[in-house]
Design a protein around this ligand. Structure first.
Ligand code: A2P
Length: 338
């Protein structure tokens, strides 16, 4: 197998850093690794496979000879630079939300719709879904295939790392300040995040939902390729560093028991069932953090409707929710298409 010239765009960020680590961990066949960030990172160096590599400043000409670009520099930056990369012949796997709902751009979770990767040829871009959506559809897909899901009601408990490095810092600084009886400094979020829960992720839209909530609705339909599936979401930021947790309630067309769901999910790719209440075993953010699996537990029938299931779904938002999913897409891309 040959090696590829890979670029990580936003290499100094929370997701970019993890992309570099995952390329290394999974022994992705990297011939050359180009690290790109803003002018603020000029002079910085990062390590990859024991070597120190310089971080270069992202420009329109950064992509000569680059074959795969893993992008996570923020929406406006991806919007501007991904087309330059694609024009230079680089396949962009973009972690921001700007291209996700563009009809001809594939939105991919490898465990769910790997066949959509073939559509990278349309624009040279593949979109990586929203972190909360990824872990939810990994758990939904086997159930949807078996008994068809009609409706999903999801509430999320999302870690601050999803917002980036500055938010990780904000939670630790506020926690430290409050434990030392000092005023917390609020910069990243609209309110104090330490010792609090914020029912706002991203901006509010005209319909009263936040942008994050509508991402879950629209992206789920696109990834499952089912415009008829109804989804309603409440997304909440909680004072957790790594790992998003979700309470997921589904209504299915055909009846499925909790045991049947457990069995289906036990053999589903990317899923680990952690569900033994008598031993107080259920998915925890601190257990998902640093791992690759989407953990599913608290699986039980919704007794308020004839065909309903409740479950608790947890994954590392920076890994499965972002960097790992992107590298998994790149793995299929080189196996099948490049
Ligand atoms: P930099 O560190 O130079 O600001 P996070 O999501 O953790 O905040 O990380 C965002 C990533 O995107 C960082 O690597 C950041 O680089 C990068 N980035 C932000 N703005 C730009 C830009 N205009 N050009 C290139 N990279 C950018």
């Amino acid at each position: 197998m040959r090696n590829y010239h890979v670029a990580v765009v936003g290499a100094t960020g929370a997701v970019g850093n993890e992309m570099i680590r995952i390329l290394e961990e999974r022994r992705f066949p990297v011939g050359k690794l180009t690290l790109l960030a803003s002018e603020r990172s000029m002079g910085k160096e990062l390590s990859f496979r024991g070597q120190t590599l310089p971080v270069d400043v992202l420009t329109e000409n950064s992509f000569r000879g680059v074959e795969i670009g893993l992008f996570s520099p923020g929406g406006s930056v991806s919007e501007k630079y991904a087309p330059f990369a694609a024009r230079a012949g680089c396949v962009v796997i973009d972690n921001t939300s700007v291209f996700r709902m563009v009809p001809e751009i594939p939105l991919v979770v490898p465990e769910v719709n790997p066949e959509a990767i073939a559509l990278y040829k349309n624009r040279g871009i593949i979109a990586n879904p929203n972190c909360s959506t990824i872990q939810m559809v990994v758990a939904l897909k086997p159930i949807h295939d078996a008994v068809r899901i009609r409706r999903v009601v999801v509430s999320t408990y999302q870690a601050v790392s999803g917002t980036g490095k500055k938010a990780i810092e904000e939670l630790s600084l506020q926690t430290r300040a409050l434990l030392n009886c000092q005023e917390p400094v609020i910069k990243v979020y609209p309110h104090q995040i330490a010792f609090n829960c914020l029912p706002q992720i991203d901006v509010f839209l005209d319909n009263g939902y936040t942008k994050e909530e509508m991402k879950m609705v629209n992206e789920t339909r696109k990834i499952l390729n089912d415009p008829a599936i109804s989804v309603t979401a409440t997304t909440v930021r909680v004072p957790v560093f790594y790992g998003h947790s979700e309470s997921v309630n589904i209504e299915t067309e055909k009846k499925i028991t909790a045991d049947e769901v457990r069995k289906l999910l036990a053999s589903a790719p990317g899923v680990k069932v952690v569900d033994n209440p008598s031993f107080k075993l259920y998915p925890l953010a601190i257990d998902a953090a640093g791992g690759n699996d989407t953990l599913v537990g608290r699986i039980r029938e919704d007794e308020s409707i004839p065909n309903g299931i409740n479950m608790w779904v947890v994954a590392d938002n920076i890994r499965k929710g972002a960097a790992l999913n992107a590298v998994q897409i790149a793995e299929i891309l080189i196996q099948k298409y490049l």
